[in-house]
Write a protein that binds this ligand. Structure first.
Ligand SMILES: [Zn+2]
Ligand SMILES: [Zn+2]
Length: 103
């Protein structure tokens, strides 16, 4: 995982989120989040549905490596990943945001 420089937290790990979650984050609006573990990516419900991320949501690195069509799965992952307009957020800021807005 890479690092970004946050103006509040300094050097931090980050999350990638779709542009819609990003605008919710910026505006302090809580919305449903779908985490795609294998891509370290978070999506709004709409992106998740539209690009059928459901089909890859239970994949793990091990599963892909053991699959006979692992190459094709990786391509599918990459294609889906590239369909999303992604924004990067500081992991600390994002978890603050989730704490503040939960409940
Ligand atoms: Zn979205
Ligand atoms: Zn931060």
């Amino acid at each position: 995982m890479g690092k970004i420089i946050c103006h509040r937290h300094g050097e931090q790990s980050f999350h990638e989120i779709c542009e819609h979650l990003y605008s919710c984050f910026v505006n302090g609006i809580k919305s449903p989040v779908h985490s795609i573990g294998i891509l370290n990516l978070r999506l709004c419900a709409n992106c998740y549905e539209t690009h059928t991320f459901k089909e890859i949501n239970n994949l793990s690195i091990e599963k892909i490596h053991n699959a006979s069509d692992s190459r094709q799965i990786e391509e599918t992952l990459t294609n889906k990943y590239n369909l999303i307009n992604k924004k990067v957020v500081c992991a600390e800021c994002y978890s603050d945001f989730n704490k503040k807005t939960s409940g």
